[in-house]
Design a protein around this ligand. Structure first.
Ligand code: CA
Ligand code: CA
Length: 214
């Protein structure tokens, strides 16, 4: 009888043992899974917070500097897409031919002046853009015949010159007092009342402030 009871106890004991081991493993696995989920959630939340912060910062930058993004596409300003950028300045090549004085006024109305050509880099840029057409430039001898002056007061005598051979010549004794780039890009003096295209030049617009303090 006792032997039979011992056998029953043994069965019960071994039965509990085989049941408890998998349960422990399941609890451990559940705990590890829960931990991983919590860590994953924390990492995701952290990343989302960082992204949200970056997005907010970018929005503020755009809000404080609405035209800043356009300056990359249009260095001369988003409202002046017809102005071309070259070497730190902006240039307007007219589509309308007018007398020299009118061209000068039209440039001034746009807070600019007729172009002053001060060296080969600008000369090359201009003659590439003006090929086969004549454009007024900011050079004249209106006050004293033969005494050429740049509209910005630059010294003509010591400065860069690119006259066409034989120019300036006051051709056939005409009163040619205004400078222009000829069809091949070289300079020519011409009668100021003639109609010609023209080139305006002005400094690049300053970048709007990005921070609250100016
Ligand atoms: Ca002259
Ligand atoms: Ca001439």
């Amino acid at each position: 009888m006792d032997e039979e009871k011992d056998q029953d106890n043994f069965k019960t004991y071994t039965g509990r043992s085989t049941l408890q081991r998998p349960l422990y493993l399941i609890y451990i696995l559940l705990a590890v899974s829960y931990l991983l989920v919590v860590i994953g959630f924390a990492v995701t939340l952290s990343k989302a917070t960082t992204l949200s912060s970056q997005l907010s910062e970018t929005r503020n930058k755009i809000k404080n500097n609405p035209s800043g993004r356009d300056l990359n596409l249009f260095p001369c300003g988003p409202d002046n897409v017809q102005w071309e950028y070259f070497n730190g300045k902006c240039y307007f090549f007219s589509l309308q031919a007018v007398p020299w004085q009118q061209a000068k006024t039209k440039c001034e109305e746009q807070h600019a002046r007729l172009v002053v050509i001060d060296g080969f880099p600008k000369q090359n840029f201009i003659q590439t853009r003006t090929r086969n057409f004549r454009f007024w430039i900011g050079l004249h001898d209106l006050h004293t015949e033969g005494e050429w002056k740049w509209v910005d007061g630059s010294d003509y005598n010591t400065g860069f010159k690119y006259w066409k051979q034989g120019e300036p010549n006051s051709y056939r004794s005409q009163d040619e007092d205004c400078g222009q780039v000829w069809i091949n890009g070289e300079w020519d003096d011409y009668t100021c009342n003639s109609n010609s295209l023209f080139i305006c030049e002005r400094p690049m617009p300053s970048t709007p402030p990005t921070s609250k303090g100016k």
